[in-house]
Ligand binder design. Structure first.
Ligand SMILES: *[C@@H]1O[C@H](CO)[C@@H](O)[C@H](O)[C@H]1NC(C)=O
Ligand SMILES: *[C@@H]1O[C@H](CO)[C@@H](O)[C@H](O)[C@H]1NC(C)=O
Ligand SMILES: *[C@@H]1O[C@H](CO)[C@@H](O)[C@H](O)[C@H]1NC(C)=O
Ligand SMILES: *[C@@H]1O[C@H](CO)[C@@H](O)[C@H](O)[C@H]1NC(C)=O
Ligand SMILES: *[C@@H]1O[C@H](CO)[C@@H](O)[C@H](O)[C@H]1NC(C)=O
Ligand SMILES: *[C@@H]1O[C@H](CO)[C@@H](O)[C@H](O)[C@H]1NC(C)=O
Ligand SMILES: *[C@@H]1O[C@H](CO)[C@@H](O)[C@H](O)[C@H]1NC(C)=O
Length: 854
């Protein structure tokens, strides 16, 4: 009965999935997208690597024209061939001298990281030279590099004003028309600052009476050429993106930091008396990245990519946001239009009364003219204001006290593009690709804190993660990503080195449906193989479907590559009929003699997982032809057929020989199927070994999951945060779920049962403030993006929950037995484990697996 309900719900789910297209409505929590395929390191294709003697390859500068990738590391700079970074390299060693290092150590700095020369800035200065800055053992220096010779100039410049001392401090900088714009908290004791350093006049942000920046942690900056074709003679602007301490306490209680965008005008020269050597055009606003309708804010900006459009107003911003709680892994991607940012800067100001701590309200008084914070436009020039130094005093006084805008910049669609639990993204780069349908799609390349790269395509405001690639053996954060259209490559910088990967590896997709379901704008099926569309000039026989991801392949292609296998087992044994699905988005479906298996519950005799079907205590009547199908995006692909022969168990005397027509022992009835010859060698060593391996393998998996779960619980109890949310099933079903932040202690003993559809932070019993005493991040298994633990809430009795396997690309679907405990998985596994163990004790597994015919 229960399994029937489960089956119906499953069916409902599958229907909902396959007909997504038909529903224009998308449930709000449909944002936690699973990467379609997982590519572990050993399956990575055509990757090229570079690592010199240095570490911390965090600064990348790609120049398409000479085809060079410049890399700034700790104590060294490299020039690599962009076509193949492993082929050849030129090196500049630039380490801080010993006496400088000693001074750094004397200051009490860390000898493992801080007292080195970390390259923080590397950009083109003029046609012959690059400009670079390094932390230089806590005494920043800058220098020119002759790019032809790849040699450093002998003259070094003091870098104190343009490069932070601390290698880990947030920093961004640009050389724009010979002027250097940087933002950081340059020294430990100084305030954060946005500066234009050279040439004169040098400009800075204001610190009194109103501080313009509060403990700002800078992430990115960009020039937007708003002067081009401007009808009002506008100026170019430089935008800065950062996280800072919130001044709007009252608005977001419980949140202490906010993400911001700030901007200055390129032609700003500061004020004459008021705001002398300070920006007159500095304005900032809050960047909102929140889940719609939920009191759940992603306030920490980690990375920002500014995607240029054909015109300045088409510029798009893609930001990666995280939560304030350091020990909660979660990321969101929000997308903004520069037009919305501009509109906010045209809107009302925030009244910043005395200083931090005072309540902020929207300023409703008179705003002086010309509008404070605006660039010098034609309108002002007509009035005789040709430079910012001509601005009237009242305007400057106003802007000095009102740098913050009252309105907030909301993401496009009022919600994140993506929201992922248990993953920390570190870096994003967006690339435009024209697909076969002539449309331009935005492809996102996203790096994680554990060294994975995810490739996603944005389709109609939704993200589809095409694949996740493991880049490094040792987990390490992705520090930087650049893309070369010319080389069709993506380069990733990390603590241990630089990796170059092709933008696409279409040949990985083996069938038409695999190619189309992948929805990679670079790839299409040509009738025989999946190819890069750029490799073909005649594209008439190519098939691709980015919009829906399921059309164009012949129906017969879904049955094309079926494998046929035969399995013979003794009655009472457990048999695993393997069926590995290459796609994480596919759902397995099994039929027996062309009829769908009804329910996979414990009592049904079947258990289903994404790596196969487990027949528990096989009975002779369970013999038959089993087919495994992969259901994905409305497409049903036949993967494998098993002919299962379950042989009645015959306790033979040791010398007995089986004969189909012999009476045999009268203890056993006549077997329903003729006995295959291999049964004559019951003690066949091979079979024994395989059995043993199967058992041990199964045990390992089960134990791992159990341990994982137990570990997870223990961590939670110790005061770890664990972020959990209702499983996708709940999401699909209950669309008006509320999400809230709740404190629940000891959920592992099954007392606190979270209500449906709640996203919860579970801090456990320990006090929240003692972060330092907390153990390190929970030892979730690699791969990082695979380490997702989903639990169903409420439906645990009827719906399968998804648990990702430790490695490899399959997600094991598990049925839970008991909805009344909150750790049903633990029990169901123990139960199952005992059951299987017991059985193994008195059953001889007798199989010769995978006798493939066809
Ligand atoms: C850093 O200092 C510690 C002791 O102060 C020493 O043991 C270690 O070898 C030093 N490491 C390096 C890289 O110099
Ligand atoms: C580029 O700048 C460097 C350093 O200031 C200078 O030596 C060089 O002559 C400049 N090159 C050109 C072409 O202006
Ligand atoms: C500016 O206008 C000119 C002429 O109207 C046009 O050719 C050009 O593409 C425009 N540039 C931008 C960036 O819009
Ligand atoms: C440099 O790399 C090491 C690991 O090789 C890492 O521990 C350290 O945090 C990195 N430092 C910076 C500033 O990125
Ligand atoms: C598709 O066209 C390409 C040339 O444009 C050709 O090489 C390929 O064989 C064609 N495929 C099929 C299945 O006809
Ligand atoms: C199973 O398949 C084989 C060949 O594919 C066929 O001969 C046999 O009749 C099928 N058995 C059943 C029970 O459908
Ligand atoms: C099988 O056993 C039955 C009685 O149990 C006996 O009548 C018959 O002759 C036997 N057949 C053979 C082939 O041994």
């Amino acid at each position: 009965m229960r399994s029937n309900v489960a089956w119906l719900l499953c069916l409902h789910l599958l229907c909902a999935m396959s007909t997504l297209r038909a529903y224009p409505f998308t449930p709000p929590l449909d944002l936690d997208v699973t990467p379609r395929t997982t590519v572990p390191l050993k399956e990575l294709w055509k990757s090229r690597r570079f690592s010199g003697s240095a570490v911390n390859y965090s600064t990348l500068l790609l120049e398409e024209e000479p085809g060079l990738l410049y890399v700034g590391a700790r104590g060294a700079l490299y020039a690599l061939q962009a076509s193949d970074i492993s082929s050849s390299s030129h090196t500049i060693d630039w380490e801080a001298p010993e006496n400088q290092k000693q001074l750094c150590l004397d200051k009490g700095k860390d000898n493992k990281s801080e007292c080195f020369n970390h390259i923080r800035f590397l950009q083109r200065f003029n046609s012959t030279h690059l400009y670079t800055c390094g932390t230089h053992a806590f005494s920043p220096q800058c220098a020119y590099i002759d790019s032809k010779e790849f040699k450093m100039s002998s003259v070094f410049e003091e870098g104190r004003e343009r490069c932070p001392y601390d290698p880990a401090k947030g920093y961004t900088g640009h050389l724009i028309d010979g002027q250097m714009y940087t933002a950081s908290q340059y020294e430990f004791w100084s305030s954060p600052d946005i500066r234009r350093n050279s040439p004169n006049p040098m400009l800075r942000t204001e610190e009194a009476p109103t501080r313009w920046l509060y403990e700002a942690d800078f992430v990115e900056s960009a020039l937007v050429k708003e002067s081009v074709n401007s009808s009002m003679g506008d100026d170019d602007k430089i935008y800065f993106f950062f996280t800072e301490k919130s001044q709007e306490h009252s608005l977001y209680s419980g949140y202490s930091r906010v993400a911001r965008v700030a901007r200055v005008c390129k032609s700003d020269r500061g004020g004459l008396l008021t705001l002398q050597k300070k920006w007159t055009s500095f304005l900032k606003a809050r960047l909102v990245c929140s889940l719609p309708d939920y009191e759940f804010h992603f306030n920490v900006l980690r990375s920002m990519f500014v995607l240029e459009g054909p015109r300045a107003e088409d510029t798009m911003l893609y930001g990666i946001f995280g939560l304030e709680w350091k020990n909660v892994k979660a990321s969101a991607i929000c997308r903004y239009s520069i037009k919305d940012v501009q509109q906010v800067f045209e809107g009302p100001y925030m009244e910043s009364q005395e200083d931090a701590g005072a309540k902020l309200t929207e300023y409703t008084g008179k705003v002086p003219d010309p509008r404070p914070g605006s660039c010098i436009t034609d309108q002002l020039r007509e009035k005789g204001i040709k430079l910012s130094t001509d601005l009237p005093d009242d305007v400057l006084h106003f802007i000095r006290r009102h740098p913050l805008m009252s309105r907030q910049v909301l993401p496009l669609g009022q919600r994140p593009l993506l929201f992922r639990r248990t993953v920390d993204y570190t870096k994003i780069v967006v690339h435009k690709v024209t697909a076969l349908d002539g449309q331009t799609y935005h492809m996102l390349f996203i790096g994680t804190d554990e060294g994975w790269l995810q490739k996603a395509v944005e389709v109609k405001g939704q993200l589809h993660i095409i694949e996740e690639l493991q880049l490094f053996e040792e987990p390490q954060p992705v520090n930087n990503i650049v893309i070369s259209q010319k080389q069709m490559s993506v380069y990733v910088g990390s603590p241990s080195g630089v990796v170059q990967l092709p933008l696409s590896t279409c040949h990985r997709y083996m069938s038409c449906f695999d190619c189309v379901l992948a929805r990679d704008p670079f790839c299409a099926w040509d009738g025989a193989e999946c190819v890069e569309i750029t490799s073909r000039t005649d594209r008439s026989n190519l098939t691709q479907d980015i919009l829906n991801g399921n059309e164009g392949c012949a129906k017969s292609a879904a049955d094309g590559l079926v494998q046929h296998r035969v399995r013979s087992v003794m009655a009472g044994d457990d048999v695993l009929l393997q069926c590995e699905l290459s796609s994480n988005l596919a759902t397995p479906q099994w039929t027996r003699n062309a009829k769908q298996l009804k329910g996979y519950g414990l009592n049904s005799g079947y258990r289903i997982g994404t790596d196969g079907l487990l027949v528990i205590e096989a009975k002779p009547e369970q013999s038959g032809n089993y087919s495994c199908f992969a259901l994905e995006n409305g497409v049903r692909i036949h993967i494998v057929i098993y002919t299962l022969i379950v042989q009645q168990y015959l306790p033979l005397p040791p010398h007995a020989t089986l004969h189909p027509n012999s009476n045999g022992s009268n203890l056993a009835p006549q077997p329903p199927y003729p006995l295959p010859p291999q049964f004559q060698s019951v003690r066949n060593m091979e079979a024994m070994y395989i059995t043993l391996i199967t058992i041990l393998g199964g045990l390992c998996l089960v134990l791992t999951v159990v341990l994982l779960y137990v570990g997870f619980c223990v961590q939670s109890k110790r005061g770890k945060y664990s972020l959990r949310a209702a499983a996708q099933a709940d999401r699909k079903k209950k669309r008006n779920d509320r999400m809230e932040l709740k404190t629940i202690s000891s959920h592992c003993n099954g007392k606190a049962k979270p209500p449906d559809g709640l996203l919860q932070i579970v801090p456990g019993e320990a006090q929240v403030s003692s972060n330092k005493e907390l153990p390190p991040a929970p030892p979730l298994p690699p791969p990082p993006s695979n380490s997702e633990l989903d639990y169903t809430n409420g439906f645990s009795a009827t719906l399968p929950s998804v648990l990702r396997k430790m490695n490899g690309n399959s997600y094991v679907l598990l049925r839970q037995t008991d909805g009344d405990t909150t750790s049903p998985m633990y029990y169901s596994f123990t139960e199952e484990l005992n059951q299987i163990l017991e059985k193994r004790n008195h059953t001889q597994l007798c199989s010769k697996p995978d006798e493939s015919s066809v």
